[in-house]
Design a protein. Structure first.
Length: 489
């Protein structure tokens, strides 16, 4: 059974171990996945942020170039009226483009130099000769014009499909300045002649491809993913080794605990045995209820009993026998006689108090009070005579017994701290002792109080009045036998 339980525990432990490893692996994988998802989201945000920054710088640079061209080139030359400024700019003629044309030409040159980047200026009101290249071409441009017309200080951007590739498209408003209002309103080919300062005359759009940035970012993400996977593998391996070591230590500790538990169990068994021995010895000395009270911590026990019956017995002729027998045989004989008396004590539920030499003392009615204590003592006294007769027949001995009985109140208890016994005190005890010492060998002498209880159940002989030391004249009786066939069971 123990082996089966041990195997079951081992199987459960192995299952738990495997499940822990599986759970840790899953947690690591989930952690790596969540980390990668967050990094992918972060990379997308960074790509968009970088593209927005680049586009903003592009637009700022182009606008600064236009402003610088207008202020440092066009205005001085136009004041001198030495050179012809025209929107119909042609490098083969001796003309200089107006700022708007300069900006368009600059954007076209940038696009030619870097086809991946598109710089474009468009409007809802392009000049007729620029309708094809300066008008709105797709949804993004229409949405950009609508939004920036209403919010000229903002910018408009998004990731969009441009020329079959993902690209970042950025747009901001080209606001009409005071120096250009008159030109736009008075030009004969102008599609709109009610321009005002601050109106949005066009949109500057810068488009950047994202595939190069995305590829580089994905490459870095791949390297980071491989690094995370490697770290995860190392982490799982380290945890596996740590758990294996902990599991091994747990097994060793469990083995030690089992060994220690077995030792403790053996020790407990020995302690129980010793406790049982101690209890048996204590019960051989004291009544069970008195022993329990002592074990509970009571140091002094004294109980008063209104009525008990005390018996004293003394072996007559034992001194003569001791002169003829060795000490070993003498002790063996005395042990045999008193052991028989002990059995009678058990039989009738009496309490043996003590033996003094060849004297034997027993009492009925305590420590648990009873109503038939006198009858029980009488039965034991008659059986003691029978037991001694059996002993004489067995060992060819001629010893006899003298018994005295008295009934009355007494105090019983345990006093002292060493070699304590359960003892009796009181006048009734002394009187019972006098009944034995003033009795007749082979007879059972009882007092008037005992006779009054037993006279209707037993046969008595009236001994008459005798003088008792310390008590004076007393009327006593001799218990001769049973009056009824069954007094006690």
């Amino acid at each position: 059974m123990r082996q089966l339980i041990s195997r079951s525990r081992a199987a459960i432990s192995q299952l738990i171990y495997k499940r822990i490893l599986l759970a840790l692996t899953i947690l690591f994988c989930v952690g790596v996945g969540v980390a990668m998802a967050n990094m992918y989201r972060l990379s997308s945000t960074l790509i968009e942020s970088q593209a927005l920054q680049n586009a903003t710088l592009y637009a700022q640079a182009i606008k600064e170039a236009r402003t610088l061209y207008s202020s440092d080139v066009v205005n001085p030359l136009n004041t001198a009226k030495a050179i012809n400024f025209t929107h119909d700019y042609n490098p083969t003629k001796v003309t200089i483009p107006v700022p708007a044309t300069f900006l368009i030409e600059l954007g076209q040159n940038i696009t030619k130099k870097n086809p991946e980047v598109s710089v474009r200026l468009y409007s809802d009101y392009p000049f007729p000769w620029r309708q094809e290249e300066g008008g709105v071409r797709d949804d993004f441009e229409r949405q950009a014009i609508t939004y920036l017309t209403q919010n000229p200080t903002q910018n408009f951007f998004r990731v969009d499909n441009f020329r079959g590739k993902p690209a970042f498209r950025y747009a901001e408003a080209d606001i009409l300045s005071s120096s250009c209002v008159n030109c736009h309103n008075t030009h004969r080919d102008s599609p709109k002649n009610d321009w005002q300062v601050g109106d949005v005359r066009g949109i500057l759009e810068i488009t950047q491809p994202l595939d190069t940035i995305t590829q580089k970012t994905q490459s870095e993400l791949k390297n980071l993913f491989l690094l995370l996977v490697g770290l995860s593998v190392l982490g799982v391996t380290g945890l596996t080794l740590a758990i294996s070591r902990l599991r091994q230590n747990a097994k060793q500790l469990e083995q030690r605990v089992r060994e220690r538990t077995a030792q403790l169990q053996e020790t407990n068994v020995e302690l129980v045995k010793e406790q049982e021995k101690s209890d048996r010895l204590l019960l051989n000395i004291l009544p069970e209820s008195i022993a329990a009270r002592l074990k509970d911590g009571q140091s002094c026990i004294a109980d008063r009993f209104a009525e008990v019956t005390i018996l004293f017995a003394d072996i007559v002729g034992f001194t003569v026998l001791s002169a003829k027998r060795s000490p070993e045989e003498l002790i063996e004989f005395l042990n045999e006689i008193f052991s028989a008396f002990d059995c009678l004590t058990e039989k009738y539920g009496l309490e043996k108090i003590k033996t003094i030499g060849d004297a034997y003392m027993v009492v009925g009615g305590l420590p648990k009070p009873s109503t038939n204590h006198a009858e029980s003592i009488a039965e034991m006294a008659l059986d003691m005579q029978d037991e001694l007769a059996k002993f004489n027949a067995k060992h060819h001995a001629g010893i006899n017994i003298r018994i005295g009985i008295n009934t009355g109140p007494a105090i019983a208890g345990v006093i002292g701290t060493k070699k304590f016994i359960y003892d009796l005190w009181g006048d009734a005890v002394n009187t019972a002792a006098r009944m034995e010492s003033h009795g007749i060998a082979g007879a059972i002498q009882v007092t008037q109080s005992t006779y009054d209880i037993l006279q209707n159940k037993y046969l008595f002989e009236d001994r008459g009045i005798i003088h008792v030391k310390g008590k004076g004249d007393m009327n006593t009786y001799l218990l001769a036998g049973r009056l009824v066939s069954a007094v006690l069971v």
